[in-house]
Design a protein around this ligand. Structure first.
Ligand SMILES: [Zn+2]
Length: 464
């Protein structure tokens, strides 16, 4: 079974409940993830919740007698024969589940029940997860979560620059080397820093997603030069250093965490006010995950968080009433903003559906960017931030544009044929030189054409 839940939708609690239930029944249950830091975090969390948890991962001794195991998919592969077969396999970040290592896992333990968790059940190439799962349960929609005070609404600010980013083809993602060249230009980095500093001059913390280590360094340098203390976190950062870096962000010693995307999975700090996007992606999953870093509320103390009123009051009384998204690479124009509701399905998303919801530039019709304040907001005739009235909607879906082009092409062909027939009719029959000159005048041709035609026709008649 696949479970779709938005960030903040209680994913962790659900996993905890299911594992606790398995433990109580004496079943062997695995919580499988694909990255070291996810495994360490999950083990710590489940232990904190009172579960007895073992770890299957390089550097850890396998403890057979423990029912609940948090396992690394890489380490599992070499140990299929040596571990106690699970009754239940729980998969975190399930959009990786079609990779060969996971398919081998399912094959090795066909008896096990598989429960997958994901925020976004689609894969980058549009393939569905129905190859692995038979049913899907979808959780509450983002709009409901916001209305109930579980998540914050967002304010999204796009770049005033149109960057010459080449859209990926064939279901792939952006060429990051090329994107990096564009996004590491000093004026682009400068914009990103300025947009953050304008909104958070003294307080406020953010996370910035970049294309590469070199890019991250450049962006961090720009923040520091502008008086915003920043640090870099990559997938390669050792665990202890990672913890120290996050600790400094928590204590507000630093105000910007500059990351390469892999470092963002499983990283969760509700105090982040802002997410800055400098890593273009064709993946809705990745972009939603990036933005999700900023949409968690920080509740002011002293309110009853069990009720909607309590939660909303606690949000209003806190320093963070909305998430700020600074989008330097049009990710929100391609994929929309966090509060958009999606219709998820297990099946592959067909091209037609996709083409109907996007423009030819690959921008989603669900949002638009204000040309006055550069806010990206749900499609509406007036900008909700600055009240600017947008020009009449001129964007049309890709599918419609293709249709129109087909019609145009057919019409053009018909007109061409018609003209050709008309010309042939005019030129048919015996013609004197004077007749040819007349046709040439009507069509705006040079007299030379008439002489040539006359001569050619005469020559043909003679030959006949
Ligand atoms: Zn505006």
């Amino acid at each position: 079974m696949l479970v779709q839940l938005v960030t903040g939708g209680g994913k962790t609690n659900l996993a905890e409940d299911i594992l606790r239930d398995a433990e109580a029944r004496g079943s062997v249950a695995w919580f499988v993830a694909h990255r070291d830091n996810l495994i360490t975090q999950a083990a710590r969390r489940f232990r904190g919740a009172g579960l007895n948890v073992g770890v299957i991962k390089a550097g850890h001794k396998y403890q057979r007698e423990i029912l609940i195991q948090v396992a690394s998919i890489q380490s599992l592969q070499s140990r299929f024969g040596r571990v106690q077969a699970p009754d239940l396999i729980f998969i975190d970040e399930t959009h990786h589940a079609l990779s060969p290592s996971y398919l081998k896992l399912f094959e090795a333990f066909p008896e096990a029940r598989v429960i997958g968790l994901t925020g976004t059940p689609w894969l980058l190439d549009g393939r569905g997860l129905d190859e692995v799962f038979e049913v899907m349960e979808t959780g509450p929609k983002p709009s409901w979560m916001i209305e109930q005070g579980f998540l914050l609404p967002s304010r999204v600010f796009g770049s005033r620059r149109k960057l010459a980013m080449v859209s990926p083809t064939n279901g792939g993602d952006f060429d990051l080397e090329r994107a990096e060249q564009i996004l590491s230009k000093s004026e682009v980095c400068g914009d990103a820093v300025e947009m953050f500093r304008d909104r958070f001059p003294e307080r406020g913390r953010g996370i910035t997603f970049t294309c590469s280590v070199a890019h991250a360094r450049q962006v961090a340098k720009a923040y520091i030069a502008a008086g915003v203390p920043a640090e870099i976190l990559t997938g390669e950062t050792p665990e202890l250093e990672r913890e120290a870096i996050i600790e400094r962000l928590v204590s507000q010693e630093t105000r910007q965490l500059v990351v390469i995307d892999c470092a963002s999975e499983g990283f969760d700090l509700p105090e982040l006010d802002c997410a800055t996007l400098m890593r273009p992606s064709a993946s809705l999953t990745l972009v939603l995950q990036q933005m999700a870093r900023a949409i968690r509320p920080v509740f002011a103390p002293g309110y009853d968080l069990e009720t909607r009123e309590g939660r909303l009051s606690a949000i209003l009384a806190s320093s963070k009433t909305h998430a700020t998204i600074i989008d330097c690479c049009s990710n929100t124009l391609r994929h929309g903003i966090p509060e958009l509701d999606h219709e998820w399905s297990l099946e592959a998303q067909d091209k037609k559906t996709r083409a109907a919801s996007k423009t030819e530039d690959g921008e989603t019709l669900a949002v638009r960017q204000c040309l006055e304040c550069y806010a990206v907001h749900p499609s509406a005739p007036v900008c909700p931030i600055c009240d600017h009235e947008h020009p009449v909607e001129s964007r049309i879906p890709k599918a419609r544009a293709e249709e129109l082009r087909e019609i145009e092409k057919a019409e053009l062909e018909r007109l061409q044929k018609e003209r050709q027939t008309k010309r042939r009719q005019e030129e048919a029959g015996q013609k004197t030189l004077e007749d040819w000159l007349q046709i040439a005048r009507e069509r705006g041709y040079k007299p030379g054409w008439a002489y040539q035609r006359h001569k050619l026709r005469q020559g043909r008649r003679k030959a006949a």
